[in-house]
Design a protein around this ligand. Structure first.
Ligand code: FAD
Length: 453
């Protein structure tokens, strides 16, 4: 997350009228994540008067240097790359070991080919799962309309875990597959098989290495910063509690301040949207969706050590361990020194939700110390991001649970009166990504421009 480059303007009076002076159409964007910022940027470019209201003191939302996102290639993330080019941002290429994930089995680092040699039964089982998923995914001819018939809808009623149970995987292969799915989506017992297949279908045109091709220099927070430099009115520290439609206007309340505009774009994650009082209230389907829709959990921990306690172990790149520790990678490029980024995902993260940050770090250190004695002694600090516990997020990203695609597909693309919705969770093809967030910002800007014509 990054601080907006300019201090926020104090709204001096209670009702802040917007844009009437210039007779420009106006919008309030709630949330300065990449969805909100891109919608604001596109609307302003089209001549609208826009005010972005952000609850935190910084812009960027879930994107930012701590989570250290890898970005896809131009073909994998075209909208993101358009902005990178437009704002003249620089990137560095992902090292090979990040592009090709590896495994940590019984503490031993194994590349895919080493896994195939040393644990052939497990490697073959993982390959078989991939092949089966690829075959099943071929049933989806249009990923933006993944369930046109009853056959495909049936796949939405089952969980990925149930399907995996039927694949007869040996225990290590199952632990590794679970870990890969948790890190990317959520616990396999919480995700719809149809959703996994739909995502397979979206990404099967895009090779594995294309998906983690580069990183923005300075982390993806620089993109939010680039938007913040160009969007005129961003008010941070404005926690929106109420949105009302009043005739031809919307009135948005944040603390003591009220803001008025022609339209509002709600670009906050669904758990955070559920905390905003809306008038008129959401229709029953959307209200149910807010309560139901599954969000993946992924906590990331940047652990700082005095020295690389993992010695000569090749602990670098995107690694899935059989011990429930998720993506583990060294972070020299980002933070310097002997840093290790560890993630806990799915139920491994949920189980620890009642613990404080330091207690969670201790749990991870305990596991690391058993593998790499001396880890605890060399430990010197940490940074933790826990979106599942954050009231302004409520989870890492949308990850459709069983039955949810049948009920809620495409729901948030539809406006409700003068309220429009953006955010990664509203994107049909790339939910849970920077690309999805940016695409949703552009989509909502287009909708508003059409509504105004
Ligand atoms: C740990 C982690 C790792 C990730 N790694 C990757 C990756 O490698 N590659 C990738 O492409 N994507 C990755 N993502 C996903 C990506 O970061 C998100 O999809 C994207 O940032 C979401 O943007 P958004 O604008 O939809 O939502 P957000 O970024 O959540 O923006 C919403 C904003 O609304 C604000 N808000 C909420 N409620 C209110 C309120 N009531 N009033 C005012 N403001 C409010 C929030 O503070 C926030 O700033 C990762 C996400 C996480 C959590």
């Amino acid at each position: 997350m990054v601080r907006a480059s300019w201090g926020w303007l104090v709204a001096a009076c209670l009702a802040v009228p917007m844009a009437q002076a210039a007779n420009k159409p106006s919008a309030i964007v709630v949330g300065a994540g990449l969805a909100g910022l891109s919608s604001a940027y596109e609307l302003e470019k089209a001549g609208w008067q826009v005010t972005v209201l952000e609850a935190r003191d910084e812009v960027g939302g879930r994107s930012g240097p701590q989570s250290g996102e890898w970005i896809g290639s131009k073909s994998a993330m075209p909208v993101l790359h358009n902005y990178i080019d437009l704002f003249k941002l620089s990137t560095h290429k992902a090292p090979g070991e990040v592009q090709r994930p590896a495994f940590l089995v019984n503490g031993q680092y194994l590349t895919e080919s080493e896994l195939a040699k040393q644990l052939p039964r497990d490697a073959q089982a993982i390959d078989k799962v991939r092949a089966e998923l690829a075959t099943l995914a071929q049933k989806i001819t249009d990923p933006s309309n993944p369930a046109p018939d009853r056959d495909l809808l049936t796949l939405d009623q089952t969980t990925v875990a149930r399907w995996l149970d039927g694949q007869g995987l040996p225990p290590t292969a199952r632990a590794l597959v679970n870990q890969m799915l948790r890190s990317r989506f959520d616990e396999p017992s919480r995700i719809s098989l149809l959703y996994l297949l739909q995502q397979y279908s979206v990404y099967q045109q895009i090779g594995e290495s294309e998906r983690r091709a580069a990183r923005l220099n300075g982390g993806s927070g620089v993109l939010a910063q680039a938007f913040a430099k160009r969007v005129r009115q961003i008010k941070t520290g404005q926690w929106v509690s109420r949105v009302q439609q009043q005739g031809e206007h919307v009135v948005v309340q944040a603390g003591k301040h009220e803001y008025r505009a022609d339209y509002v774009v709600l670009s906050v994650p669904l758990p955070a949207l559920g905390k905003i009082s809306l008038s008129p209230s959401l229709d029953p389907l959307r209200s149910a969706a807010i309560k139901d829709i599954n969000y993946g959990w992924r906590d990331s921990m940047l652990l700082k050590f005095k020295k690389p306690v993992w010695g000569q172990t090749r602990l670098s790149g995107e690694i899935y361990s059989d011990e429930g520790l998720g993506v583990i990678w060294l972070e020299p490029a980002l933070k310097g020194g002997a840093n290790l980024m560890v993630t806990l995902a799915g139920d491994n993260a949920r189980l620890l939700q009642t613990l404080g940050d330091r207690q969670v770090v201790d749990q991870v250190l305990f596991k690391l110390d058993k593998r790499y004695p001396g880890a605890r002694a060399a430990f010197k600090g940490y940074e933790v991001t826990r979106p599942g516990k954050d009231p302004l997020a409520g989870g890492a990203w949308l990850a459709y649970g069983p039955g949810e695609m049948s009920r809620y597909w495409g729901l948030w693309e539809k406006p409700m009166g003068r309220m429009y919705f953006a955010g990664e969770h509203t994107d049909k093809l790339f939910p849970g990504t920077l690309e999805g967030a940016l695409r949703s910002g552009q989509r909502v800007a287009q909708q508003l421009l059409s509504a105004q014509r």
